[in-house]
Design a protein around this ligand. Structure first.
Ligand SMILES: Cc1ncc(COP(=O)(O)O)c(C=O)c1O
Length: 389
């Protein structure tokens, strides 16, 4: 596979690209010179893998403020983490508070439980600015509420939600709070143990800069005891027992690990710890500001989502001239600009934005390596496509 020299990648909300060079080097080095599984072989290569995987766990724990690395569980992606959290906690008849801003990786497991075992859902709508208000939480709480599950930032509008304030309300009522940090881990500072979150689901392949096929679930001490593993199988530990080990992290990590992915994630998180999340966030805010300012000047282009609210590096737009799919195709074919069109797996967000019937929005998402020149070229491409001849 070769890169097009003109390629401008603005789909970092789907998965980040490029990754730091150290990520490619670490994966290549592992694949060529090691290739052993984690926790299975009592040989030198296996010991090296054991060391790197646990170093990665420790680095993620340092980055996300988890004091005990064994409460950092490796998964396949944020969807896998969310499924483990939701299916591992809820039982028939439980009530859950969630929102219209959720990704299908929250909505579909909840919908499945609602259909099959009668879990009841309250779906909160954001205010006109695209923000969920903490004031909505207490009136929605019922005696049978067993989970509040909300996204940290919408993957459609990029708007960051007041999860700390909402979490404090959840804590007052002793209701576990699951935060979907797919879009924020590695981008917005999170101190898990100091926060009121009980479960934090992250993608390893977005802001944490690891390869695709990596994810993380952080557990509070109480969730580490209560949560049921949704998968059972070989862990390389307590093999004589027919039951799943109770120890962490093995209880939740059955089957061979995605070692190439975790080795790359280790390098990605090391890069983040070294460069600092604040610096990356500042750079992404600048790129987003430049993009929003430029696009807002173009007649026929409309920016979607609130103003004056905290955002990650994501902006959604619609066009008077093109539907989102056509616009994405033109940007890619004529200018080498890669974006994402459609509903972005968040259908209720588009219902709320009233963009469902018109094919959703076109989403542009910047990353830690997006340059001002790339943003200039993107604005020029939009201008060229919207220029009246
Ligand atoms: C808010 C949100 N949650 C969950 C996911 C699912 O992430 P993954 O692809 O790692 O399963 C995404 C992916 O785009 C997302 O944006």
């Amino acid at each position: 596979m070769t890169d097009s020299p003109q390629r401008i990648y603005l789909d970092n909300a789907a998965t980040s690209w490029p990754k730091p060079d150290s990520v490619y080097d670490a994966v290549d080095q592992y694949q060529r010179h090691n290739g052993s599984p984690f926790g299975r072989g009592s040989h030198a290569s296996g010991s090296e893998v054991y060391r790197i995987v646990n170093r990665c766990r420790q680095r993620v724990a340092n980055l996300l403020g988890v004091s005990a690395p064994q409460r950092v569980i490796f998964t396949c992606n944020a969807t896998d983490s969310l499924n483990q959290a939701i299916h591992g906690l809820l039982v028939p008849g439980d009530h859950v508070i969630t929102s219209a801003l959720e990704h299908n990786s929250v909505l579909r497991p909840l919908h499945d439980l609602a259909e099959r075992v009668g879990v009841q859902l309250t779906v909160l709508q954001p205010n006109a600015q695209g923000v969920l208000s903490p004031d909505q939480i207490t009136p929605a709480i019922r005696p049978d509420t067993r989970l509040i599950a909300l996204t940290h930032a919408s993957n459609v509008t990029g708007i960051v939600q007041p999860v700390l304030e909402i979490g404090e309300i959840a804590k007052e009522h002793s209701i576990p709070f699951l935060v979907d940090a797919a879009q924020t881990a590695g981008v917005v500072p999170i101190q898990f143990d100091e926060s009121p979150f009980e479960l934090l689901a992250c993608a390893g392949h977005k802001g944490l800069l690891g390869p695709l096929g990596t994810g993380i679930l952080c557990l509070s001490p109480s969730m580490a005891e209560k949560l049921r593993p949704t998968r059972q199988g070989g862990t390389g530990t307590q093999s004589e027992s027919a039951t799943q080990p109770t120890s962490l992290p093995d209880r939740f990590e059955s089957g061979n690990h995605n070692v190439p992915g975790i080795v790359g994630l280790d390098a990605g998180v090391d890069y983040l710890l070294d460069r600092g999340i604040e610096e990356i966030r500042q750079q992404e805010e600048q790129a987003l500001g430049q993009l929003q300012r430029g696009l807002s000047q173009i007649e026929g282009v409309k920016l979607i989502g609130g103003d004056d609210v905290p955002k990650i590096g994501v902006v959604s737009v619609t066009s008077d001239l093109y539907d989102p799919q056509t616009l994405a195709a033109l940007l890619s074919q004529e200018f080498g600009i890669e974006t994402r069109a459609g509903l972005h797996c968040a259908p209720q967000t588009h219902d709320w934005l009233q963009t469902t019937a018109t094919g959703g929005t076109l989403r542009l998402s910047v990353g830690p390596f997006t340059t001002p020149q790339e943003i200039d070229r993107t604005i020029e491409a939009f201008e060229a496509l919207h220029r009246s001849e």
